[in-house]
Design a protein around this ligand. Sequence first.
Ligand SMILES: *[C@@H]1O[C@H](CO)[C@@H](O)[C@H](O)[C@H]1NC(C)=O
Ligand SMILES: *[C@@H]1O[C@H](CO)[C@@H](O)[C@H](O)[C@H]1NC(C)=O
Ligand SMILES: *[C@@H]1O[C@H](CO)[C@@H](O)[C@H](O)[C@H]1NC(C)=O
Ligand SMILES: *[C@@H]1O[C@H](CO)[C@@H](O)[C@H](O)[C@H]1NC(C)=O
Ligand SMILES: *[C@@H]1O[C@H](CO)[C@@H](O)[C@H](O)[C@H]1NC(C)=O
Ligand SMILES: *[C@@H]1O[C@H](CO)[C@@H](O)[C@H](O)[C@H]1NC(C)=O
Ligand SMILES: *[C@@H]1O[C@H](CO)[C@@H](O)[C@H](O)[C@H]1NC(C)=O
Length: 258
Amino acid sequence: MYVLLFLILISQGIHCLQCHQDERSTLLQLKSSFTISTSTDFYDYDDQYYKSTWPPETDSWDENTNCCTAWSGVTCDNASWHVIKLDLSCSSRILGTLSSNNSLVFLNHLQRLDLSRNDFRGSPTSSKFGQFKNMTHLFLFESNFSGLVPLEISNLSNLISFELSSYEFRATAEMKAATFKAIVQNRKSPKQLLLASVYMSNVPPSLMMNFSSSSLESLDLSFCFCKKIITCKYVQYIRLQPFITKYFTNNVSKIIML
Ligand SMILES: *[C@@H]1O[C@H](CO)[C@@H](O)[C@H](O)[C@H]1NC(C)=O
Ligand SMILES: *[C@@H]1O[C@H](CO)[C@@H](O)[C@H](O)[C@H]1NC(C)=O
Ligand SMILES: *[C@@H]1O[C@H](CO)[C@@H](O)[C@H](O)[C@H]1NC(C)=O
Ligand SMILES: *[C@@H]1O[C@H](CO)[C@@H](O)[C@H](O)[C@H]1NC(C)=O
Ligand SMILES: *[C@@H]1O[C@H](CO)[C@@H](O)[C@H](O)[C@H]1NC(C)=O
Ligand SMILES: *[C@@H]1O[C@H](CO)[C@@H](O)[C@H](O)[C@H]1NC(C)=O
Ligand SMILES: *[C@@H]1O[C@H](CO)[C@@H](O)[C@H](O)[C@H]1NC(C)=O
């Protein structure tokens, strides 16, 4: 009797240390939908050199191992064993499209998602990215996402950092005024908003003024095609055009857009 109970406890204990089955299959499905580029070195527009991770993170994603402990780029909560961080940044340049109904939503405990420095071939910035209740960091920069930034991004009420910069001279992603307004006026708006090359010409300067009441600390609006003058009272770091970067130690009152 006690032996049986002991065995049940043990098996449950072992079960708890495994990653969740649905999250594992979501990750495997994701892996199978991408190819990996063989050119692993590249420069960004700041002329910074990056070397992609090799072997790619996903090489360690073996269905016979525990995704929480053996899979590179995957971090689980050590109490619930749900996947809370997924880092595929620069993962040897993932190539592939991420459909708008992508299965990432099944990782609904994610707090940090980093897909930066890959090539998602102009995939839309999925509205599903707005479904993660506890998301604090969403890094999609230099990854060839395009289209409208979905309004649902403003649903991420715990978001600290949102980065979608692409540093290409032509904008491929676009932010509507209503979306920008919803993000900035969130009860708890982000601290970092890096949106270089996101087309924002429809965002009126009056909306930019509302940064003064937000918690924003860093703002990158280079190549945004924004208009006229913006007033950002508390922003400490701002970049409006390439090579025009300012760190402010004091409050800023006015910046002329170039
Ligand atoms: C998870 O483990 C780390 C390191 O051992 C610890 O600092 C952290 O508090 C743990 N978190 C939880 C939720 O148990
Ligand atoms: C997404 O939609 C396409 C077409 O509607 C479908 O074939 C595919 O299975 C869907 N993918 C997921 C992950 O639901
Ligand atoms: C979000 O965080 C809260 C507080 O840590 C936790 O209770 C809740 O289960 C989390 N929800 C998800 C979907 O991860
Ligand atoms: C982005 O994706 C498009 C569509 O596949 C492709 O033509 C373009 O070369 C990609 N851009 C970059 C910088 O990878
Ligand atoms: C997310 O945002 C959309 C558009 O703002 C809204 O219609 C929807 O109800 C929101 N969903 C949640 C779960 O808050
Ligand atoms: C800026 O914020 C204030 C107070 O939250 C609000 O009354 C005003 O309408 C906002 N301005 C714009 C342009 O949205
Ligand atoms: C900006 O000015 C306000 C009041 O004018 C002050 O409370 C705040 O501390 C200042 N912030 C910085 C970063 O200097």
